[in-house]
Design a protein around this ligand. Structure first.
Ligand SMILES: Cc1cc2nc3c(=O)[nH]c(=O)nc-3n(C[C@H](O)[C@H](O)[C@H](O)COP(=O)(O)OP(=O)(O)OC[C@H]3O[C@@H](n4cnc5c(N)ncnc54)[C@H](O)[C@@H]3O)c2cc1C
Length: 136
């Protein structure tokens, strides 16, 4: 492990995003995933459509969680729903907003969301290790 500055446990959306961030900051980063493939939950989220955020500003998201939403303030200030949409669109995944406010890939494919995260990881040369040899 001496050759890594950062080891991220879990290649879900949080781990993949954190790994990219660490790599952008110049840290040699390793992602460890116990499943054979990364991002498995992304693929089942929203019934395969992955409604990955909601058409609301940070305040609106916090409010939806009532009193428990307070802990979201700092995370949403650092990375807002709008920034997530911009990130996906910058990776060539256009988003659409449903009448109920759900935001998902315009083509309804969760696979495109995972592919976008994996492209970012690959570009930053984040290394990976996963049980039975899956690679990010
Ligand atoms: C059926 C279903 C539908 C959903 N629909 C939506 C939706 O439409 N919209 C939405 O926003 N959210 C949805 N969610 C929730 C969404 O999946 C989670 O919010 C999201 O996956 C959380 O991301 P995460 O990176 O924090 O965790 P996870 O996606 O759970 O990723 C954690 C990763 O860590 C790995 N891991 C855990 N322990 C270890 C270990 N010891 N060593 C190595 N690897 C480890 C896991 O295998 C996993 O890959 C849904 C969830 C489910 C189950």
């Amino acid at each position: 492990m001496d050759q890594w500055d950062v080891a991220v446990i879990g290649a879900g959306p949080a781990g993949l995003t954190a790994a990219c961030r660490a790599a952008v900051r110049g840290r040699k980063t390793l992602v460890l995933e116990k499943n054979r493939k990364p991002g498995v939950k992304i693929l089942i989220s929203g019934g395969g459509h992955c409604n990955l955020t909601h058409a609301a500003d940070a305040r609106g998201i916090v409010k939806a969680f009532r009193a428990q939403g307070r802990f979201l303030h700092s995370a949403l200030a650092a990375f807002s729903p709008q920034q997530l949409v911009e990130l996906m669109e910058s990776e060539g995944v256009p988003m659409t907003v449903l009448p109920n406010g759900k935001i998902l890939p315009a083509n309804g494919r969760a696979t495109d969301v995972l592919a976008a995260l994996m492209r970012r990881v690959a570009r930053r040369q984040v290394s990976s290790d996963a049980r039975e040899g899956a690679h990010c």
